[in-house]
Design a protein around this ligand. Structure first.
Ligand code: HEC
Ligand code: HEC
Length: 294
């Protein structure tokens, strides 16, 4: 009898120990993610002049489309619930118009610049899931035109739920760097805005693919799925399938969602439908860049 009692006591102790280790581990995860989320970023930024002519606004609309803003904020800038998973993350991509549920009436050009170049809110804390590390590369004229367009869009009333919470799985994924929640961490806040547009095809392509890097990675070689339930991301460098495609085949892949090998790209994983807004010229530059990456 006493042998069982002793064993029982040991099992009890082991369970208690295990629970304490788990608790301590989670406390570490909790506080380290809290610290990162509450970090304040400071930087100086030169004011940007926003144009108001119709040509700039038209160009800004194109930028809104090819820089994939519509994927999250919608075609009319009305916003959408980006993710609503209690264990993972709950976050709303806001209504960017000045309609009901939209941006405050005094939201100014410098607020847009702060968000798009630094990925922080007005208190200097990183926004969540807003891919500002991708818009941070925009040169001066493109950024100004993008903002001009956004500010010109008619007000839309969309009072969606304002979600902003992170669950335990979200925190774990943040600690092991599997989900990039905080864009401000991925931006060098000291780099001043680029003044000149890229000049040759390869450079233009490199500039345009910053919107692909969230999934295909900085080296275009893809890798593991971007989130649970997603497929692995293919290599699109010179070594991947596009390395062997002609320009016409590359363009047709983006127009039809079907690759030269006959594979249908699933829009929910590879948002090719919104990418149809790329012009043939832009896609040609993208392919030139991809073929230059080994
Ligand atoms: C992957 C989804 C996603 C994409 C793509 C995206 N956004 Fe966002 N955006 C968000 C989310 C989510 C937030 C809210 C972040 C928060 O509240 O912490 C946000 C916030 C913003 C805000 C801040 C509003 C405020 O409250 O100050 C602006 C402005 C904005 N986005 C503009 C853009 C523009 C312009 C683009 C394209 C260059 C873009 N976004 C692309 C998800 C996205
Ligand atoms: C949200 C993540 C995501 C983004 C952003 C993204 N891709 Fe993809 N891409 C994928 C995934 C996932 C696949 C595989 C799709 C499938 O299996 O249905 C893929 C497939 C492809 C393919 C086909 C490759 C093959 O081997 O058949 C090409 C080409 C491609 N992407 C190019 C691009 C380019 C260029 C951009 C930027 C303009 C881009 N992708 C942006 C996730 C993404």
């Amino acid at each position: 009898m006493s042998v069982f009692k002793t064993i029982g006591k040991w099992i009890g102790r082991m369970v208690l120990l295990l629970l304490s280790v788990l608790l301590l581990g989670y406390l570490f995860i909790y506080f380290s993610t809290e610290k990162r989320m509450n970090k304040t970023y400071r930087f100086s930024e030169t004011p940007l002049t926003i144009p108001s002519d119709s040509q700039s606004i038209e160009r800004g609309k194109h930028l809104y489309e090819i820089r994939s803003c519509a994927d999250c904020h919608g075609a009319k800038l009305e916003g959408s619930v980006f993710m609503n998973d209690v264990m993972l993350l709950q976050i709303t991509a806001p209504n960017l118009t000045k309609g009901k549920g939209g941006l405050p009436p005094d939201y100014a050009a410098e607020d847009w610049v702060r968000v798009l170049r630094h990925g922080v809110d007005k208190n200097g804390k990183s926004l969540w899931m807003m891919p500002a590390h991708e818009s941070a590369v925009l040169h001066k004229d493109d950024l100004a035109q993008l903002i001009a367009y956004c500010q010109s869009v008619p007000a839309v009333d969309n009072q969606q739920e304002k979600l902003k919470a992170i669950g335990p799985i979200g925190r774990v994924l943040m600690v092991i760097d599997r989900v990039a929640v905080l864009p401000a961490e991925r931006i060098d806040h000291e780099i001043p805005i680029a003044v000149n547009a890229p000049a040759n095809k390869v450079e233009i392509g490199k500039y345009l693919v910053s919107t692909c890097q969230g999934c295909h990675m900085a080296d275009m070689k893809g890798g593991s799925p971007v989130a649970p339930g997603f497929p692995p991301v293919p290599d699109i460098s010179a070594k991947g399938a596009p390395g062997g495609w002609t320009t016409a085949e590359f363009i047709s892949t983006f127009r039809s969602g079907k690759t030269p090998e006959g594979k249908f790209l699933r829009n929910e994983f590879m948002p090719w439908k919104n990418m149809q807004h790329f012009t043939d010229e832009e896609l040609t530059s993208i392919l030139s860049y991809l073929k230059s990456v080994n």
